[in-house]
Structures are given as C-alpha cells and as structure tokens.
Design a protein around this ligand. Sequence first.
Ligand code: RP5
Length: 161
Amino acid sequence: MGVKVGIIMGSQSDWATMREAAAVLDELGVPYEKKIVSAHRTPDRLWAYGKSAVERGLQVIIAGAGGAAHLPGMMASKTRVPVVGVPVQTRALSGVDSLYSIVQMPKGFPVATMAIGAAGAANAGLMAAGILALQDAALAARLDAWRAALSASIPDEPQDE
Ligand code: RP5
C-alpha cells in the first residue's frame, strides 16, 4: 500500500504555505505525496484524485487553496477520505475569502478547516498525524514527544527582546 497522506494544492504558489504541512510530516516520519490539483484549472485531475483516493489507500487529504478556494470542498464531495482544508493567505482580502470558501460546507460533506496561512498548514500536518496515530502506536509516541518538546520550549517568563 502506498502513502496514507495526500497534500494537494490549487497552484504552485500555494506550496510556500503547504510546505509547512509537509515539514511537520517530515519531522514526524509520516510519508506523504504532494500534488497540484486545481478545482478550476484541472477539474479532471481533481475528479480522478478523489475517485481513486480510497482504493489507493489514502487516509487523510490535506487540501490547500486560496481565493475562490473550492478545492477542499470539491474533494470532500468526491471522497469519504477525511479532508483537512487550509485557507491560503493570498494578497487579496488577506485570505479571508479563502477561509470563507472552505469553512461553510453544507451538511453532509465536511471539511476540517484550519487557520489561514502557515500555522493552519502546519496544524493540518499535525491533524493528519493525529488521525493516523490512532492506529499507529509508534507514530503516536513520536507525536507525543513532538508535543512535549514544543511545550518544553515555551519559557515561563517573557524576556526583553
Ligand atoms: C487558487 O488561486 C490557488 O489555490 C492559489 O492560492 C490562487 C492563486 O493561484 P495562482 O494564480 O498563483 O496560480 O487556485
């Protein structure tokens, strides 16, 4: 069986954000694939990706897009594989349009929507890892250690910069 996590994005320009999800998965030792799949520019690619997701063994799809960000929702309409949506912060409207395009899904076709931008992408990677860790004790231990290390890195008191 191949990789369990797919990272998809609407454009090459989204990779600067979506690589944050990839970086977290790299840190946690979670294999993934990364593809450009645009709801508007490559709709046939979107359909093929969603149609084959279950049979290919994908267990989580992280989908990032900006502007009229229909990719996560359309992917959720095509596959029951859980979709984690990342609103990319484009220059226009600071990414609020991306967020609104992803978050307001109709009942029946959910997208787990993260925060706008890089933090949202990183959290998407952590969300995917957390889902896989439910069935993978070794990954669960790595994720617990990752979280503990982050907590330990936070100082008790603020310092003068
Ligand atoms: C969306 O349009 C993409 O997800 C991207 O965030 C935005 C701009 O795309 P480019 O014009 O940079 O290719 O489809």
